[in-house]
Write a protein that binds this ligand. Structure first.
Ligand code: GLU
Length: 272
């Protein structure tokens, strides 16, 4: 890399499970705004790890809409598809398995529900039922990574000091599903490590994922985790979460309706 910049390396990381929408644009404004202010770099990373939900037309649409809005990345990371990253992810999984940190699992949701009380509205915590079962590492079985007890602390740039316990939040979490899809938590952690991402700027809906990503990164040998900056999310006027599927928030629709890039950016910048 020719750059002598000492600024942070950050990334814009959309999942191509839908069109670019206003929530993405708010994220892009933070990512590019902070990176530019600090002399950093922005990597565009298309997070298409989930083969069942991602579509090429969304990838093309996202790239085109970003360009139309004027968000130009400094580099483009490999996609998270099997084709581009499958080998690396499989190697990381093998490393974790060799160290006894990942294991095959075949529990059903019902098996899990029978073990842990249903905490309405909360994430389901996996009670490590398969940890000691030593199932054969068959390629048709899903895999989980161990999350032993312990608190992870970090200082979010916007939200201040945080303490999260992955063992209590989610327990040993899924890194590859039964169909062979790598999970978001796994792919994002491996990629942030491999791509030298040292500043993660994303919506505060992902705050609770942070400790498990810090922990997994450490298991993979990362000594200094990235700095995290979780920004506020844009909501509907009634305060409800903006839905990705709602057509009226997609940049595609706005373009089709004759809006300019400045209309979109100004509306967001002025909070209307
Ligand atoms: N790909 C994730 C999403 O679209 C964001 C990943 C991240 O910023 O950690 O929600």
């Amino acid at each position: 890399m020719a750059s002598a910049a000492k600024g942070p390396v950050t990334r814009f990381a959309p999942a191509p499970t839908g069109w670019l929408h206003l929530g993405h644009v708010v994220n892009a404004m933070h990512v590019w705004g902070i990176a530019r202010e600090r002399g950093g770099r922005v990597i565009l990373r298309i997070e298409d790890h989930d083969r069942t939900r991602c579509r090429q037309e969304y990838v093309d649409g996202i790239v085109d809409d970003l360009d139309w809005l004027g968000f130009v990345p400094d580099s483009i990371a490999p996609r998270q598809s099997w084709k581009q990253r499958g080998e690396r992810y499989a190697a990381v999984l093998a490393e974790l398995e060799a160290a006894g940190l990942a294991y095959p699992y075949d529990c059903s949701r019902r098996d899990i529900a029978a073990e842990v009380p249903d905490r309405f509205g909360e994430e389901m915590r996996y009670p490590a039922l398969c940890r000691e079962r030593r199932l054969a590492p068959d390629s048709t079985l899903a895999r989980r990574v161990r999350m032993d007890d312990g608190i992870e602390t970090f200082v979010d740039e916007r939200l201040g000091p945080q303490a999260q316990s992955p063992a209590e939040q989610c327990g040993d979490f899924l890194i590859r599903d039964r169909l062979g899809n790598w999970t978001y938590q796994f792919a994002v952690t491996v990629d942030d490590l491999d791509q030298g991402v040292d500043l993660v700027i994303r919506g505060e809906d992902l705050l609770s994922s942070t400790a498990r990503q810090i922990r997994l990164a450490r298991l993979l040998g990362r000594t200094t985790p990235p700095t995290f900056h979780h920004h506020a999310l844009i909501t509907n006027p009634d305060g409800s979460k903006l839905s990705k599927s709602a057509g009226d928030t997609s940049i595609r629709e706005m373009r089709a309706a004759g809006k300019t890039a400045d209309d979109v950016l100004n509306a967001l910048a002025h909070g209307s």
